[in-house]
Write a protein that binds this ligand. Structure first.
Ligand SMILES: CC(C)(COP(=O)(O)OP(=O)(O)OC[C@H]1O[C@@H](n2cnc3c(N)ncnc32)[C@H](O)[C@@H]1OP(=O)(O)O)[C@@H](O)C(=O)NCCC(=O)NCCS
Length: 143
């Protein structure tokens, strides 16, 4: 099984291309690329995930797997690696928002929460990214 590794600037364009192909937000990715994990094979990028730490809360974002690599457990592997990383950095919980994959993250142990339950600062940080924040489901898991 391929292992996730820390992304560098060299991965940035491939990450942006994959996120665009998946219809996921691109803003903040280039400046936060150090906080991404990627999995590659010889043919290119297979998957990515990003995390931003906001004090004791980590925000998981940009979980994406290329079409040719789906349903092989790579998404789950990337999420698990990101949560381990967030825990190491001192986060006690992780939140995400999604418009398309709430069922997927529920299977991985995330529970839906009300946007209003998040601290305002965090709400602002993650809402900026969505074209329609009220359409997105916010989910949380304890670490
Ligand atoms: C969601 C995604 C990351 C899953 O990656 P993956 O490597 O294929 O996932 P895994 O192999 O860990 O799990 C596959 C299982 O999840 C299910 N699944 C995939 N996408 C799903 C979704 N959007 N909602 C619910 N279940 C989903 C699959 O049906 C599959 O189940 P099966 O094995 O019983 O057939 C990938 O489909 C993707 O990149 N989607 C587009 C981007 C996206 O929506 N990202 C989440 C927003 S942050």
């Amino acid at each position: 099984m391929m292992r996730p590794h820390n992304a560098t600037e060299k991965d940035c364009q491939d990450v942006l291309d994959l996120l665009a192909a998946c219809g996921l937000p691109l803003d903040g990715v280039a400046s936060q690329i150090d906080n991404f994990l990627v999995v590659r094979d010889n043919a290119g990028l297979l998957g990515c995930a990003g995390v931003e730490n906001h004090g004791q809360v980590a925000v998981l974002r940009s979980v994406a797997v290329a079409g040719r690599a789906r349903s092989a457990g790579l998404g789950e592997l990337l999420v698990a690696a990101m949560l381990a990383e967030a825990r190491t950095r001192g986060a006690q919980s992780v939140v995400l928002q999604t418009t398309t994959a709430a069922g997927y993250f529920a299977r991985l142990g995330f529970e839906r929460i009300e946007r209003a339950c998040m601290p305002q600062e965090l709400r602002d940080a993650i809402s900026l990214r969505e074209a329609c924040p009220s359409c997105a489901t916010v989910m949380q898991a304890a670490l």
